[in-house]
Design a protein around this ligand. Structure first.
Ligand SMILES: Nc1nc2c(ncn2[C@@H]2O[C@H](COP(=O)(O)OP(=O)(O)OP(=O)(O)O)[C@@H](O)[C@H]2O)c(=O)[nH]1
Ligand SMILES: [Mg+2]
Length: 293
């Protein structure tokens, strides 16, 4: 008997959804960062075990007041992932009391079973954790609340075990050898964006989108050329930095990540282009893949 399930991971920005997915998969598949709204797309990550396949969807953090079309599209991706899930996995930062109210709206959208990961317990104490468990159980009408630390990989086994119990009998949906159906090009753009998030302040990472122009694979080395799109000329000056130092660091650090992921040598060439206000521009968002025809 084989079990397979689609599980959508939902939560507010910065709750630790992507960190939790990586921890369950034991892979650095999706990017994570201390800045909110790191994840922009729904991204699948697949956990394969004997007799079991759990197909997780990592999703962008839920925001109520969207400020531009990109965020509207991000919330659309969240709603879609609710519709086709067998189980909803809510991730709540144990220290954020507002999360429960905001997530209740999403719980109402479907009849799908909900299980809750109360994350970042490493930063909390037993009293707060117990209090939160009671609140969450009653808010979502579920007994399945798991205090976890995605960062320290604490208590993840019992969470996965419960997901296995809830999974319907079904043959695997994907080849059990793969951990994602995302193509390598997309994952590479994400790794470049992750370095932008770590390296640059304020608006710059939010104004950045990365596109692969050329990807030439060979036995020993992959040669990749990518463009970083920004919104303003002033941002270009910062990203390039004095004597090109900043863009050099961006390229070097991103290349290290990509090499570690691909387990292969990589050449990475970066250039910069400006697309004014692309986050509000429907045509650009279509080109960048946020709006599907
Ligand atoms: N201390 C602690 N930090 C955590 C834990 N889980 C995640 N974090 C940190 O919280 C920050 C946000 O983590 P992400 O996984 O990017 O959060 P997310 O929910 O995917 O965020 P968005 O994609 O922006 O919605 C990162 O700095 C993580 O290292 C945890 O269990 N404990
Ligand atoms: Mg994320």
């Amino acid at each position: 008997m084989f079990k397979s399930a689609f599980i959508s991971i939902l939560g507010l920005p910065n709750a630790g959804k992507s960190t939790l997915l990586n921890a369950m998969l034991d892979e650095e598949l999706v990017i994570t960062n201390k800045k909110a709204q790191t994840t922009r797309h729904r991204i699948k990550g697949i956990l394969n075990a004997p007799g079991l396949q759990l197909v997780f969807s990592d999703t962008p953090g839920i925001i109520n007041d969207t400020a531009y079309l990109l965020q509207d599209q991000m919330m659309k991706a969240v709603k879609e992932s609710v519709e086709d899930a067998d189980v909803l996995l809510f991730v709540l930062d144990v220290k954020n009391p507002k999360a429960i109210e905001q997530l209740k709206e999403y719980a109402k959208l479907s009849e799908t079973p909900i299980i809750v990961a109360l994350n970042k317990v490493d930063l909390s104490d037993q009293e707060l954790i117990s209090q939160r468990i009671t609140e969450v159980q009653s808010a979502f009408n579920t007994k399945d609340v798991f205090p976890v630390s995605a960062l320290e990989k604490f208590n993840l086994e019992s969470l996965v075990q419960r997901l296995e119990e809830l999974a319907p009998e079904h043959p695997p949906y994907y080849d059990p050898e793969i951990i994602s159906d995302e193509n390598v090009r997309f994952l590479v753009t994400e790794m470049i964006r992750e370095q932008m998030l770590s390296q640059f302040k304020k608006e710059i990472p939010y104004s950045a989108e990365v596109v692969i122009d050329e990807y030439e694979e060979s036995e020993k080395i992959d040669r990749i050329r990518a463009t970083v799109f920004l919104e303003r000329d002033s941002q270009r000056i910062i990203v390039i930095g004095k004597g090109g130092q900043s863009i050099k660091k961006l390229g070097t650090e991103a290349r290290k990540k990509i090499q570690a992921f691909l387990k292969k040598k990589v050449f990475l060439g970066l250039s910069i282009k400006i697309r004014k206000n692309w986050r509000k521009d429907e045509v650009q968002l279509k080109r960048f893949g946020y709006i599907k025809d």
